[in-house]
Design a protein around this ligand. Structure first.
Ligand code: SAH
Length: 215
């Protein structure tokens, strides 16, 4: 599990390019600078690890583009020690960014192959992430409530179970839409239980799979 000077140099360049695209949260940028993204993708594609692009990780899924990871993480307004639920563990890269920033991360993946591979990788790398095999639409009622919920696949609906599992004052970030382009939404749960919604631009994610998704 090598992390060379060359990798570190490439990461610095990646962070500069993400900064230029508008990410300002220094804690997010620092996490991206310190996490060896090349270990989350197939080693024969090393040169792609530090380009600001999504990349296939098998099972028809992709590791999100670093800018998108940074953007979603910035929208979360993370604080140390927060309980964060991620839907769509995938490669585990996003989960490790959250963990690196001091969050207590719970992450659900629906595909067994990815779940097994990523669980092993995260534990080898010593990231404190609890991984679960299951349907993200259901959330994790046994571990709720959460301060933050992050959905990393396109959602045609905003799952009510996830809203129920969010603390008052909590934030949920979700790429929302049925088409191949989604709107990034940030929902905030008010203390009276109602939700406020903000739109944060257009993104492209692979779809959530499951009963409500386009399987
Ligand atoms: N966060 C990931 C990228 C996610 S890609 C990373 O950092 O690499 C979206 C992931 O969501 C895929 O791994 C896909 O298998 C998973 N997924 C799709 N539908 C799901 C569902 N209903 N519940 C949980 N995970 C789901």
């Amino acid at each position: 599990m090598e992390d060379s000077y060359r990798h570190k140099g490439l990461r610095k360049q990646l962070v500069n390019s993400i900064r230029q695209k508008g990410i300002t949260d220094e804690k997010v940028l620092k996490a991206i600078e310190s996490i060896p993204r090349h270990l989350f993708i197939d080693s024969s594609f090393l040169e792609f690890a530090y380009q600001d692009k999504p990349f296939p990780i098998g099972s028809g899924q992709t590791i999100s583009q670093p800018y998108t990871v940074a953007f979603q993480t910035e929208l979360l307004e993370l604080g140390k020690g927060m309980r964060v639920l991620e839907i769509g563990t995938g490669s585990g890269y996003q989960a490790s960014v959250l963990a690196e920033m001091g969050a207590r991360v719970f992450s659900i993946e629906r595909q067994r192959k990815l779940f097994t591979r990523t669980r092993e990788l995260l534990s080898k790398m010593n990231y404190q992430v609890k991984t679960f095999l299951g349907d993200g639409y259901e959330g994790l009622p046994a571990f709720a409530p959460f301060d933050r919920i992050l959905i990393t696949a396109a959602a045609p609906e905003i799952p009510q179970a996830l809203i129920d599992q969010l603390k008052p004052g909590g934030v949920l970030v979700i790429p929302y839409g049925k088409d191949d382009v989604q709107q990034m939404l940030r929902l905030r749960k008010n203390t009276d239980g109602t939700m406020s919604t903000e739109q944060h631009g257009a993104f492209r994610f692979v779809p959530l799979l499951g009963e409500l998704g386009n399987d």
